[in-house]
Ligand binder design. Structure first.
Ligand code: HEC
Ligand code: HEC
Length: 438
């Protein structure tokens, strides 16, 4: 690893510390930070919804009162991106056996960018979770190993399939499962559109074994992790970095567990709440424009917050919306098997299109038209999946005034983090192209 790489990794970590997001990562401290956090009572986050699904809108700002927006205009000069607003004190909780440290984050970043984790050595995690696309990939369905290019320019290898789902951002995945109140056990944190995996540590090993994502047909699935670990252990720089990060002998340092722990630590480091909405919640009434404040109220009044609720704008539960399927997928995506998908967090949503599990909606206005029709196909929209069961009652009950749609979109734009760590390593220890064939 070059000195500049280390220096950049350390610098971004220091910025994170300045913003109150890294270090002191024990569960106790995380909860302490939460109590002081912006989403304290009376929002009622973390409670189970009453049977009728209605509960007081959770995202209402504490002040000012609803129909009395503050007179002061939005500031013309936004504060610098890394200035720590109060809300940034909240940090994700790490598992007891994997506290986040600077050394793990720096190692995890290199692994995230190193195509050595893929069978044909041509794709890295970052190929599909790239900072240029807010750690998503900017295309409807991901393109795995064998592909080339970045974002909308990415093309499949000959005969290669699409990954059958849209790539969610990894930003703020350290908060997956948090609906307010005490931070849940990170070992239970739900992952994927259908919540089928739990914890960042476990998730990180999935793409390495998946043929359509990173493995290809270079080795069988059950050998993938051992093969990748053997590759890493053969590189002295990785051996030294693993040994330093985990405080063990170089000969014992490169293991499957340490590999997943370092990547998870890096992803937790990418989890920090630094949006204008967070500044607004912390009391800076000028952080949202008047239109965004109207949008926030309309979002709650319409019933969006029945599902997109709490600090992450997600209940992390499964719902059936009967979203149109992407025709490019080989078979109908049934989500959890019953056509249900997890409510995605809306943080950074303005930056992470296309939308929904199959990426069928390109823009936020497209999504809003779907909701305005309460899940019935809007004119010109793709039809619902064949054989779809009844949609979630909270979808059918939406009270959405078409005139409010632009305000709601403006509000969603206020959920974009402003202190994003966009650092790309100059080189990775394997010497392969950083990020693969981009
Ligand atoms: C080929 C593109 C691709 C590559 C490479 C890839 N991912 Fe993903 N990632 C996806 C897609 C698509 C999903 C959603 C899959 C699903 O829901 O079934 C996803 C989901 C995730 C999630 C879950 C997010 C959430 O909120 O549930 C995390 C975390 C993640 N990826 C991290 C990684 C890491 C770490 C690597 C490298 C070891 C990686 N990804 C490699 C495409 C990719
Ligand atoms: C019944 C629960 C529910 C309600 C109510 C609801 N959503 Fe959703 N939302 C979901 C689920 C589930 C998905 C993912 C659906 C899929 O992938 O097929 C989703 C997806 C989205 C997305 C796309 C996010 C992404 O990353 O792809 C946006 C934007 C969104 N919702 C905004 C809203 C707005 C605005 C409202 C109110 C008008 C609303 N939602 C009401 C559950 C809900």
């Amino acid at each position: 690893m070059s000195q500049t790489t280390i220096a950049r990794a350390m610098l971004s970590l220091m910025l994170a510390v300045a913003a109150g997001c890294a270090g002191g990562d024990g569960p106790g401290e995380a909860e302490g930070g939460l109590q002081a956090g912006p989403r304290a009572a009376p929002t009622g986050d973390g409670r189970q919804p009453p049977p009728d699904g209605r509960q007081p809108p959770p995202d209402q700002p504490p002040a000012p009162p609803a129909d009395d927006p503050p007179a002061n205009p939005p500031p013309t000069n936004q504060p610098p991106a890394n200035q720590p607003p109060q809300a940034q004190g909240v940090q994700p909780r790490s598992p007891a056996d994997n506290p986040t440290t600077a050394a793990k984050v720096a190692l995890g970043r290199l692994l995230f960018w190193d195509p050595i984790l893929s069978g044909p050595r041509d794709i890295a995690c970052a190929s599909c979770h790239h900072p240029d696309f807010a750690y998503g990939d900017g295309i409807a369905l991901s393109i795995g190993t064998g592909g080339q290019g970045l974002g909308p320019d990415r093309v499949r290898g000959r005969g290669a399939p699409f990954v059958p789902r849209n790539a969610p951002t990894v930003l703020n995945t350290g908060f997956n499962g948090w609906t307010g109140g005490a931070m849940p056990d990170p070992e239970d944190a739900p992952m994927f559109w259908d919540n089928r995996a739990h914890s960042l540590e476990a998730q990180a090993l999935g793409p390495i074994q998946s043929d359509v994502e990173m493995r290809g047909d270079t080795y069988p699935e059950n050998e993938a992790l051992d093969r990748v670990v053997a590759r890493l252990a053969a590189i002295p720089e990785y051996e030294a970095l693993f040994a330093a990060a985990f405080g063990v002998n170089p000969a014992d340092a490169v293991t499957v567990e340490h590999l997943s722990n370092a990547i998870a630590a890096f992803e937790r480091h990418l989890s920090r709440l630094t949006s204008p909405f967070d500044r607004f919640q912390a009391g800076d009434a000028g952080a949202l424009t008047a239109q965004q404040q109207r949008g926030l109220r309309a979002f709650n009044a319409a019933g969006c917050a029945d599902c997109h609720r709490g600090p992450m704008f997600s209940d992390y539960r499964l719902h059936r919306l009967n979203t149109p399927d992407n025709p490019a997928t080989p078979e109908l995506d049934q989500g959890d098997g019953q056509g249900r998908f997890r409510t995605p967090s809306l943080r950074n949503v303005a930056l992470t299109g296309p939308y929904m599990h199959g990426g069928v909606f390109r823009t936020l206005p497209d999504v809003m038209r779907f909701y305005a029709a309460r899940g019935r196909p809007a004119p010109g929209a793709p039809p619902p999946p064949p054989g779809a069961g009844p949609a979630d009652p909270n979808l059918l009950d939406l009270r959405l005034n078409p005139a409010d749609l632009p305000d709601i979109i403006a509000f969603l734009e206020s959920l974009s983090d402003q202190a994003l760590d966009l650092d790309i390593p100059d080189e990775v220890p394997s010497g392969l192209p950083v990020g693969g064939r981009l």
